[in-house]
Design a protein around this ligand. Structure first.
Ligand code: MG
Length: 261
């Protein structure tokens, strides 16, 4: 099931996405969910065309935990080794935007990069999750763009500003609950031109490894998100660009870059 979060007539709701096509195509319909997707819920049978609502980020995470250098080719393109232990960092909740929202180019950077990533959405509160229980704590998967001020990342020891500025965490367009995430094509295009292309099977640490590693340290809550790292091909974004992250079996996350007003 694809679960979207959206606003309609000033109200926020979740809906199950039905039909084939893209967000823009006009072929998709939302069946509004009674309740929330983290507990038992029912479909209301009340349907609205998806292109008549405003899509919101599919979850409102309490935290976004991100992993650095989890694809060997990407680590190499920036001149790094694959780290011995996963690099973990946070992106703040204020960085999260949905598909169709604008990425605001930060005033303190001159080198903004896209990073297409598979995002894991947590479905239940969990801590110290054993490897064989990882699947039970995951609600589903969505597309993410770990937008990065690369020049700031190189200049500053901690990545809080480089990767945590407002609008630096596009997520969406929805959460897919039924996909096997272990060998999917992941790509980024800018203005329709392909920039990144990889497979999730090339992750150095698997989703299972990452959930075990993170929950060894901290409790994850329903709606929390793990960004699993980006494949090779990261590159610049400029004001006016449209960047799209597509993951096979999940969907396409599209955002425009604007000057911060
Ligand atoms: Mg990243």
């Amino acid at each position: 099931m694809r679960i979207a979060r959206f606003s309609i007539d000033g109200n926020v709701a979740f809906g199950a996405v039905e039909g084939q096509g893209t967000v823009e195509s006009g072929d998709l319909v939302l069946d509004i969910i009674k309740g929330i997707p983290y507990a038992d819920f029912e479909l209301s049978g009340t349907k609205v065309p998806l292109n008549k609502v405003r899509l919101l980020p599919p979850v409102l995470p309490n935290k976004v935990v991100a992993i650095g250098r989890n694809y060997a080719e990407h680590a190499a393109e920036l001149g790094h080794e694959v780290p011995e232990a996963p690099i973990t960092f946070f992106k703040p909740t204020t960085s999260v935007i949905g598909s169709g929202d604008a990425i605001e180019y930060p005033s303190f950077s001159e080198e903004l990069h896209h990073e297409a990533e598979l995002a894991v959405v947590i479905g239940r509160m969990c801590r110290e999750v054993p490897r064989e229980r990882v699947r039970d704590v995951i609600l589903g998967y969505t597309c993410a763009n770990d937008v990065t001020a690369r020049d700031v990342q190189k200049r500053e020891k901690q990545w809080a500003r480089a990767k945590g500025f407002d609008t630096s965490c596009p997520l969406g367009p929805w959460v897919e609950t039924d996909v096997d995430p272990h060998d999917l094509t992941i790509q980024a295009t800018v203005n329709g031109e392909q920039r990144q292309l990889g497979r999730t099977s090339d992750m150095v640490r698997s989703i299972e490894d990452l959930v075990v590693h993170i929950t060894e340290a901290m409790t994850l809550l329903p709606g929390d998100v793990i960004l699993t790292g980006t494949p090779a091909g990261v590159g610049p974004l400029h004001v006016g660009d449209e960047v799209a992250v597509t993951i096979e079996g999940i969907g396409t996350l599209t955002n425009k870059v604007i000057k911060r007003g």
